[in-house]
Design a protein around this ligand. Structure first.
Ligand code: ACO
Length: 329
């Protein structure tokens, strides 16, 4: 069997809506307080997309930035994968809309849905296509506009989420460079802990379902919290093991941004001090599939990564799902 090719991140980009919604704004909308939100989650403000903005709009902005940075033309993209739980519509796939907007005529395109783990599932999928030699350039976008599926009267959920998009362009590299390992998992028995019940074939958008608010995110926060605290550390360690790396090899942890307490628990498990952990949830909240690629793009733009740095990307989400990747920058 031929040796598999290495796969690396050639470019990165992000897109965030302009409108900022602060905890003080939320105090005027539901019975909550800045103190509660900051102490329980670490979130101070989040970005909210305009009424006319959809997932593909943000995805295209992030994708263009990533392509430019990678010096890859749209015509060179072989495949587009968009990870999202908030597609423009049920079909066609948002990836197809992105393909058209970018004029990436050669690219195959599909959406992938793994809750907040979506970006890591997409990264792992894209890596296989390139490592095996099927494709050379794959665009991976994580985009979510959770504000569109949030019940703005439910304080249990509405303080947590924000909108955004992050993208990376992947291409071939020497073996041992770039994405060193990936690790994905799922516990479907926990699906009801975090779901959007209506709008699919089980509970179509009938007037009854709409009246009952089943078109919004439903979440058992404490149960998801317990799961997340356990799985983030476990998944990160698994990805490191698969890459033949030790805890002390890690330069930066790039975690899904759901709750600072969950991130802190993962950092403790990996024995990492705060300066080695990327955090942006204070400014953006939980952007689901976009959280990890936006954190990655921000740190890369700020020049925080140096060649040879080891990054561990790790996330969890609806499904329940989880994923991690070890990356040599
Ligand atoms: N403001 C004030 N009080 C609130 C708020 C709020 N915004 N939200 C809930 N509360 C109240 C509840 O009503 C409850 O009150 P009660 O005890 O009188 O019933 C109490 O606060 C709950 O407090 P805790 O149990 O201490 O809350 P906890 O520490 O569990 O924090 C949180 C709640 C932040 C939701 C936490 O459980 C969490 O982060 N869970 C994980 C969420 C997550 O990661 N989701 C991923 C979503 S990703 C996706 O795929 C969409």
């Amino acid at each position: 069997m031929n040796e598999q090719r290495g796969v690396k991140i050639l470019g990165w980009g992000q897109a965030l809506p302009e409108r900022v919604l602060t905890n003080q704004d939320l105090e005027r909308m539901v019975e909550t307080s800045d103190e509660w939100i900051v102490s329980r989650t670490g979130i101070r403000e989040r970005r909210i997309a305009a009424a006319e903005t959809a997932a593909s709009d943000l995805a295209v902005v992030a994708a263009r930035e990533a392509l430019q940075r990678a010096e890859v033309a749209p015509a060179q993209i072989d495949l587009i994968i968009v990870a999202t739980v908030t597609p423009d519509m049920a079909f066609p796939a948002t990836a197809c809309l992105v393909q058209s907007a970018l004029a990436a005529g050669r690219a195959a395109a599909f959406d992938l849905e793994a809750g907040c783990s979506g970006f890591l599932y997409a990264l792992a999928t894209a890596r296989e296509f390139i490592a095996g030699g099927t494709y050379d350039h794959v665009l991976v976008v994580g985009v979510d506009l959770l504000s569109k599926i949030t019940d703005w009267q439910d304080r249990n959920t509405c303080v947590l989420f924000g909108d955004g998009a992050g993208a990376v362009v992947l291409g071939p590299a020497a073996p041992g460079q770039g994405i060193l390992s990936t690790y994905l998992g799922c516990d479907g028995a926990g699906g009801e802990l975090l779901c959007l019940p209506a709008g699919g074939s089980r509970q179509p958008l009938t007037p009854e379902n709409l009246a009952a608010g089943r078109q919004y995110i439903h979440m058992n926060g404490p149960e998801v919290f317990k799961f997340a605290v356990r799985i983030m550390g476990e998944a990160a360690v698994k990805a490191l093991e698969r890459a033949g790396l030790e805890l002390q090899d890690v330069t930066y942890l790039v975690p899904h941004q759901a709750n600072l307490r969950i991130i802190d628990a993962a950092a403790r498990r990996l024995k990492l001090p705060p300066e080695r952990v990327l955090v942006n949830l204070d400014r953006y909240g939980n952007m689901s599939s976009a959280s990890i690629p936006v954190a990655l793009a921000e740190a890369a733009d700020a020049g925080r990564f140096h060649p040879g740095d080891i990054l561990v990307l790790v996330g969890f989400g609806a499904g329940l799902t989880w994923g991690a990747a070890a990356v040599r920058w």
